[in-house]
Design a binder for this molecule. Sequence first.
Ligand SMILES: [Zn+2]
Length: 194
Amino acid sequence: MHRTFDVPRFLFLDRDGVINVRPINNYVKAIGEFVFENKALEAIGILSKQFEKIFVITNQQGVGKGMMTEQKLDEVHAFMKQKVAEFGGKLEDVFFCPHLHTKHCLCRKPNIGLALKARKQYPELQFSKTIMVGDTLNDMLFGKKLKMKTVLINTDLTLARKHSDVVDNMFDSLYDFALFIQNNNIISSKALFK
Ligand SMILES: [Zn+2]
């Protein structure tokens, strides 16, 4: 039986390693430490024209560790949204989990709490019409639990090969993904997803 493919309308973006450079064994604790990935701003500008709404879904246990406050995190996200807007893009909202992974909360990816929170706030959100873009296995697992299409941002093939069951597509960068969406027309992009 054929499964109908829904044209994606919504985009979930992981933050570190997708939008900004992931600090090694550290966290972005203030605006000065937030460095956009190469051409990520242009990418979000392109993607904002193709998707109805873009959300950022991010684990930030640096808060739980006491390394930064939620207020500082909010400042970082306001800065991120402002820069995106300057490049013609729009990030609708940012949902983050501040908890330590040892707390086993329901909102830390791969758990789906943040997605449920987003849908509560934006009832038009449909997970079956959403693409999850991230750079870790947890992002892919999170997306698949919600029956989303998943896109891995990674230059290393290892993860995608090992977990091909949860990775629908892979790109070197968010910009490469944005170009793909732009060039292929989102409606015909189903051919490139499993
Ligand atoms: Zn949490």
